[in-house]
Design a binder for this molecule. Structure first.
Ligand SMILES: Cc1cc2nc3c(=O)[nH]c(=O)nc-3n(C[C@H](O)[C@H](O)[C@H](O)COP(=O)(O)OP(=O)(O)OC[C@H]3O[C@@H](n4cnc5c(N)ncnc54)[C@H](O)[C@@H]3O)c2cc1C
Length: 491
């Protein structure tokens, strides 16, 4: 069918669904995005509460530098992101150690001078990986044309390609060990903290190649998105609408209609039904499964590792607490040195240059910590008081870690809202509220956009290359490419 005649329904207005929808609408297809909430963005939304505009999950803009996925997407859609590079991506704090993560890695090299050869190798690997990802990534490979494209890129960077191969099967820990860095607990903790928030696992399990690109973020550049990270999704919605598409809110898809290998349309909880030539599901496979008679085992049982959710606090705070910070973002590891479960936190603070984010005399603060979801659902099952107790425990842990660095933190709080994995499940539709992406442990176990239906594809951070705005946009590009290939074949 001609692209102009295609009716495409996207389930979910997360970054993945919106990016794919915007690319297809720009090419002329009729795109309708159905979103369960009353605003777009999912894990990368900005929402209003207590007079503040809080980033729900994602807070750091990445992939906006020249040639990177967000920049390429904007060029193609003819939009300009309201972003500016941050001088310091974030500040790492553990006890008395303060490191500003800057493109020149000055603080890191001063504190860990023996790590210089490791960073030189990381830089070379990341450069090569950025080269590979330009114009999209044909991975996992689906046919001869993908192989040919990869081979062309590989030949273009031939010596580098050979250099990559040994890393493809190494863990980040083995890579650290090859530089004698695995025996420095401070350095390993620092690296583990970076990997946990990016590739969702620590050096023992993270794949070295995934780690190399994740550790490149402060060098490639972190960007501040004006108005909050939700600006990105709102602009993608505008782009879809300008190209004749529609984004409909409070439209929770509850049924996908199919016969054998074809889907025909979707039904929503308010009783409407929509026909579709193609459906893009901005859902994790676990969340999609109930709609389509599960074709997959639960993710955790496929050996992709345990999944994380998040415990998040949204605080209206007195900005005087923070003084003059070098960055809007702080990664704080509590004095125990443990990671996740409230012992390490990521704090994002709105600055006075964004007066619309909070009422006068306040700043909007998002704090998140990784948490395993199962305990939260168990607590919820046992009753409201058990669940509330768990919430209080985690709030206390998070505020304790914040107070280690900012002793007056508790007194600076003017409003507080918490989101547990139970909240995240309700809000994103993800089973167990598993947000933040999949642990990146192997390049060979990744998932692509195909489902068992010929005309339904996945999009979002459960497909390669995974989480983050640029990751999800790269995946969305791949989904669009496969849809167009499939459509061309069908004729
Ligand atoms: C705490 C946290 C911090 C993060 N920090 C960063 C960061 O700083 N920088 C960064 O780049 N990335 C960050 N990420 C990762 C990033 O936010 C995600 O990888 C990305 O936003 C996921 O997008 P997605 O397209 O997979 O969709 P999701 O965000 O999961 O959105 C899916 C959408 O689909 C909707 N939906 C679900 N089911 C249905 C249904 N049945 N019918 C209709 N609609 C439905 C949901 O309401 C939602 O809007 C962070 C994530 C978290 C949780």
């Amino acid at each position: 069918m001609k692209l102009q005649d295609l009716n495409i329904v996207v389930i979910g207005a997360g970054i993945g669904g919106l990016a794919a929808g915007a690319l297809l609408a720009h090419k002329g297809a009729a795109v309708t995005v159905l979103e369960a909430q009353d605003y777009p963005g999912g894990s990368a939304a900005t929402f209003s509460r207590n007079g503040c505009h809080f980033d729900a999950g994602a807070t750091i803009g990445c992939g906006f530098h020249a040639g990177a996925p967000m920049e390429t997407l904007a060029k193609e859609l003819g939009i300009t992101w309201p972003v500016e590079p941050e001088a310091v991506a974030w500040q790492y704090r553990h006890r008395a150690l303060l490191l500003d993560l800057q493109p020149n890695r000055l603080d890191i090299l001063e504190r860990f001078p023996h790590s210089a050869p490791f960073w030189a190798e990381q830089h070379a690997l990341a450069k090569l990986l950025w080269h590979f990802s330009e114009g999209g990534l044909s991975w996992p490979v689906k046919g001869a044309s993908d192989l040919l494209r990869l081979a062309r890129k590989g030949i273009a960077g031939f010596s580098g390609t050979l250099h990559l191969l040994p890393f493809a099967r190494k863990t980040a820990h083995e890579w650290l060990a090859s530089h004698g860095l695995d025996t420095d607990p401070d350095f390993v903790r620092f690296i583990d903290a970076q990997l946990l928030i990016s590739v969702q696992t620590t050096s023992q399990h993270a794949n070295a190649i995934n780690a190399a690109i994740a550790l490149d973020l402060p060098v490639a550049g972190a960007y501040h998105v004006k108005g909050g990270i939700g600006t990105v999704s709102r602009m993608l919605v505008d782009s879809i609408e300008e190209n004749g598409g529609a984004v409909l809110y409070r439209k929770q898809v509850i049924r996908i209609d199919s016969v054998r290998w074809q889907v025909f349309g979707v039904e929503t909880s308010d009783g409407s039904a929509l026909a579709a030539d193609y459906v893009l599901a901005n859902l994790t496979p676990d969340s999609l499964a109930p709609f389509i008679e599960a074709e997959d085992e639960p993710v955790a049982e496929r050996g992709e590792g345990l999944l994380w959710s998040a415990y998040t606090l949204y605080l209206g705070m007195d900005p005087a607490l923070f003084g003059a910070l070098s960055s809007r973002h702080l990664q704080i590891i509590g004095s125990s040195g443990e990671l996740a479960e409230g012992h390490s936190i990521f704090v994002s603070v709105s600055f006075p240059d964004e007066p619309d984010r909070a009422p006068a005399g306040l700043c909007a603060v998002t704090i998140s910590t990784h948490t395993r979801p199962e305990q939260w659902f168990e607590a919820k099952k046992r009753g409201e008081s058990v669940y509330s107790e768990l919430k209080s425990l985690y709030t206390e842990r998070v505020l304790h870690v914040l107070s280690e660095q900012f002793p007056d933190a508790r007194n600076a709080i003017r409003s507080i809202t918490a989101a547990t994995p139970v909240t995240w499940e309700r809000y994103t539709g993800r089973v167990h509220g598993c947000v933040g992406g999949y642990p990146q442990t192997s390049l060979f176990k990744v998932r692509g956009p195909l489902t068992r239906f010929d005309n339904m594809f996945l999009v979002g951070d459960s497909i390669f290359p995974g989480q983050s705005l640029p990751g999800v946009v790269t995946g969305a590009r791949r989904t669009v490419e496969l849809l167009l290939q499939r459509n061309a074949k069908v004729g």
